[in-house]
Structures are given as C-alpha cells and as structure tokens.
Design a protein around this ligand. Structure first.
Ligand code: HPA
Length: 241
C-alpha cells in the first residue's frame, strides 16, 4: 500500500512515530537507539525506520523542512499506514529571554503565519494544540529527568529568513517562546485525522541575543531530546497496545 511519498506496506510502521526534520537524524536515531531497526521507506531519501525501544515498536520518519513537506508525510502516515501518534522532535529559534540554549520546549499551543491550517480545517478561527495526555506525559517525564522543559505557545513560520525586524519583540510581548517551521501542520492534520500529536523542540539558536549551539553541542543536546522522546514514545506505545 504505497503512497506517492512513502514506499511501504501497512504494518511496516509502528503506531507511534518520532519525526525529526532531517533524514540523517532519522537514520542516526535508528542506528544508535533502536533495536532490530529496519529501513521501511526511502523515497526521495526520506528514510523511515521501524525498530524497538524498551520493548515497544517505534518508527522514525523525517518530515523534511517546512509545513508543505511535513504535511505530506504526516497525512500519508496517519491516513494510509495506521499511525496513531506522531511526536515531532526538532530545533527552534528562541524568542523568550527566559529560554536558554539547549532548553527543551513542548508546544502546548501553536500560532502560525501560514494559511495551511485555515485551508485544511476549512475555518478561519481554529486552535492548534497537542493531544492533552501526551502533553501531560511529557511534562511528567521531564520532572523525572534533569532536562529543562518549558511548556508554552510556539510560532510556526513559513519563513526562515524573516524580513520583519519587529517580529521578535512582538512574539516576546505575546509570550510566544520560539519559532520553528512544522508544528502547525502536525497539530492541524492530527485534529482533522483524529490522531495524536505532540511537538518537542530544543533551542538551537537565540534570535534576540544571536547565541547558537556549536555542531558538537547540537549533537549532545539532540541526544538528550532523542532519549527523552523515545521514552515518551515507548510509554505511549504501551498505552495504545
Ligand atoms: N527559524 C525557523 N526555524 C528554526 C529556527 C529559526 O530561527 N531555528 C531553528 N529552527
């Protein structure tokens, strides 16, 4: 049962999927964290894997960059491969002065400059939110670990090279924590398909101070988020089973 962008059979994907942006990150997670991992699709080098983590079957599938790309994979996974839960793991640029580099943010809400949610949902007024039980599971899990996790509203942008100089300050004034490019699509599509979703990001750069992680720091930080999200995914898989 292949789709235009995923060449796999129903059953090749686990019910719970971790979704980084970068395909190489998906391969890294499969090779370094999953047991018995196998490649299940590689159309356009979007490499998806399924394996086991702490006894639960988990898949990893990259979103690519930005909502148009992410929406394709998210829709096909939910609609055609019986995926129930997608947990995005990515990086974001921090607005809020209260955020430090390496902090992890869970998107308890999401605003966007994209029309995609409005067009998909067919309404001008909408709310984008994660699955409440996944959000509280993430917050509970962070209390048992030494990771700093903030929960709050994030901004999903269609624009990486932002021309609006006033945007950072407006976001800070509105209490928006950080910017990335995929979460609004995930939350809108999960709502439409009646599936589960959560978005976790680590702060890789700070938009007001200009601070950013070195490549090595990025890797270690991502390792912490990968372990955290795999534990969350494995707990979620046990709930679904
Ligand atoms: N903008 C959008 N997405 C991002 C950024 C950013 O500054 N940093 C990491 N992901």
């Amino acid at each position: 049962m292949s789709t235009p962008h995923i060449d796999a059979e129903v059953g090749d994907f686990a019910k719970v999927v971790l979704m980084p942006g970068d395909p190489r990150r998906a391969a890294y997670i499969a090779e370094n964290y999953l047991e018995d991992s196998r490649l299940v699709t590689d159309v356009r080098n979007a490499v998806g894997y399924t394996g086991r983590y702490q006894g639960s079957e988990i898949s990893v599938m990259p979103s690519g960059m930005g909502m148009p790309s992410a929406a394709i994979y998210i829709t096909e996974l939910y609609r055609s491969f019986e995926v129930e839960t997608i947990i995005r793991i990515g990086t974001a640029g921090g607005f809020s002065p209260s955020l430090q580099l390496r902090d992890m943010v869970v998107a308890s809400g999401c605003i966007t400059n994209s029309r995609m949610p409005e067009l998909l949902l067919g309404q001008e007024q909408y709310e984008l939110a994660p699955t409440p039980s996944l959000l509280s599971a993430a917050v509970d899990l962070s209390r048992d670990s030494d990771l700093s996790l903030q929960s709050g509203t994030i901004f999903t942008s269609d624009i990486f090279y932002e021309p609006d100089d006033g945007l950072n300050q407006r976001m800070i004034d509105d209490g928006v924590l950080c910017v990335e490019m995929e979460t609004a699509a995930l939350y809108a599509i999960a709502q439409i398909e009646q599936k589960q979703a959560l978005s976790l990001v680590t702060i890789s750069d700070h938009l007001t101070s200009g601070a950013h992680l070195s490549p090595e720091e990025r890797q270690t930080t991502l390792d912490s988020m990968i372990s955290f999200s795999l534990k969350l995914a494995s707990d979620e898989a046990k709930v679904i089973d």
